[in-house]
Design a protein around this ligand. Structure first.
Ligand code: F6P
Length: 320
C-alpha cells in the first residue's frame, strides 16, 4: 500500500493547476496519506526541493491562476541518470507515489519514473488542449475565455478603423485554442494546423469582406503555423487594400483565475488520481471522455491522436 505521495506541476503553467493541487492534497489526506509538495516540477525532484504539506498548505488557492508549486521545463530529465537522482530523492523522503500535472513532456517524465518503480499518475494541465487522452485539459476553458474577451475587445477597435486584425493565439501545434476561440468570437478566418485555407481562399474572402461586407475582418491564427505574421499582414494589405495589424496575445493567455469549469475538472481529476493510487494503479493518466473521468496507460495515451475538433471544423465551414 502506498503511504506517501508527492505532487508537482511541470511545463507551461495553466489556470486550474492550483485547484488540482488542492484536490490531490486534500483527497490524499482524507485517505490517510502523507502528502508532499515538490517545487518547480522535475527540477525540484532532482534538486530535492520537497516538503511535507498539510491541508492548510492548499487553503485559498482554488481561485488563483499559475501554480503555487511553480513550474519548470527540464529537458535533461530524459536522461536516465537524472531520473535516478529523482528516484533517490523520493526514496529518501519515503515517497512511493507521485501525481504530476502538466502536458505531454510531463507525461513522458511520469512514464519514465514509473518504469523505475515509482507509482505515478498524470493529470492533463495545459492551456493547449493537446492531450489526446482527454477531451479537455485543465486550463483550456479559462484560456479560451481569456482569448474571447481579448478578441471581443479587439473587434471594437478593428471595426472602428475598418481594419483587418490578425490575432495569434497559443496552442503549440494544436489548433483547439484557435478553432474554439474563432468559433466563439465569430472570426472571419481561422488558421490552424487542422484547418488551413489556401492563400487564394484567404485573399478572396478578405477581398470580398473589404468590398462588400462589414469592412473589417478578424483572423485567428495558431502560433507556430506561419513563418512571419508581419509579412502575412503586408501581403494581405497589398492583395486586398485592407489595413492590417498583427496582435500576439502571448502569455497573458496562460494567466488569470480559473473558470468554474476548470476548477470542477481539476477537482474531479485530482480526487480520481488519489483513488487510482489507492487502487494500486500506476503509470496511468487521467482524462475526461464525455462526462466521464477515465484513465489510460501513459505510454498508450502518448500514442493517441486527437480527433475531437472535426465536428467544430464542420460548424466553422457551415457558418463562414
Ligand atoms: O504549453 C503551453 C504553452 O503556453 C504553449 O502554448 C506555448 O507554445 C508554450 O507553452 C510557451 O512556453 P514558454 O512560456 O516556456 O515559452
Amino acid at each position: 500500500m502506498i503511504k506517501r505521495v508527492g505532487v508537482l506541476t511541470s511545463g507551461g503553467d495553466a489556470p486550474g493547476m492550483n485547484a488540482a493541487i488542492r484536490a490531490i492534497v486534500r483527497a490524499g489526506i482524507a485517505n490517510g496519506l502523507k502528502m508532499y509538495a515538490i517545487f518547480e516540477g522535475f527540477k525540484g525532484l532532482v534538486e530535492d526541493d520537497i516538503i511535507e504539506v498539510d491541508r492548510s498548505f492548499v487553503s485559498e488557492i482554488l481561485m488563483r491562476g499559475g501554480t503555487i508549486l511553480r513550474s519548470a521545463r527540464l529537458p535533461e530529465f530524459k536522461d536516465s541518470a537524472v531520473q535516478d537522482i529523482a528516484v533517490a530523492n523520493l526514496k529518501k523522503h519515503g515517497i512511493d507515489a507521485l501525481v504530476v500535472i502538466g502536458g505531454d513532456g510531463t507525461y513522458r517524465g511520469a512514464g519514465a519514473l514509473s518504469r523505475k518503480g515509482i507509482n505515478t499518475i498524470a493529470l492533463p494541465g495545459t492551456i493547449d488542449n493537446d492531450i489526446a487522452s482527454s477531451d479537455y485539459t485543465i486550463g483550456f476553458d479559462t484560456c479560451l475565455n481569456t482569448i474571447t474577451e481579448c478578441v471581443d475587445k479587439l473587434r471594437d477597435t478593428t471595426s472602428s478603423h475598418q481594419r483587418c486584425s490578425i490575432i495569434e493565439v497559443m496552442g503549440n501545434h494544436c489548433g483547439d485554442l484557435a478553432i474554439y476561440s474563432g468559433t466563439a468570437c465569430g472570426a472571419d478566418l481561422i488558421l490552424s494546423p487542422e484547418y488551413l485555407p489556401s492563400e487564394k481562399e484567404i485573399i478572396s474572402k478578405l477581398r470580398h469582406i473589404h468590398l462588400t461586407r462589414s469592412r473589417h475582418a478578424l483572423i485567428i491564427v495558431s502560433e507556430k503555423l506561419l513563418p512571419n505574421l508581419e509579412d502575412f499582414a503586408k501581403h494581405i494589405f497589398e492583395a486586398t487594400g485592407f489595413e492590417t495589424r498583427v496582435e500576439i496575445l502571448g502569455r497573458i493567455q496562460r494567466g488569470g483565475s480559473p473558470s468554474a469549469s476548470d476548477r470542477v475538472l481539476a477537482a474531479r481529476m485530482g480526487v480520481y488520481a488519489i483513488n487510482a493510487l489507492m487502487n494500486q494503479k500506476t503509470s496511468r493518466c487521467v482524462g475526461i471522455r464525455g462526462m466521464q473521468v477515465v484513465d489510460y496507460d501513459i505510454d498508450e495515451a502518448l500514442k493517441m491522436t486527437k480527433s475531437n475538433s472535426s465536428e467544430l471544423i464542420d460548424v466553422i465551414s457551415t457558418l463562414k
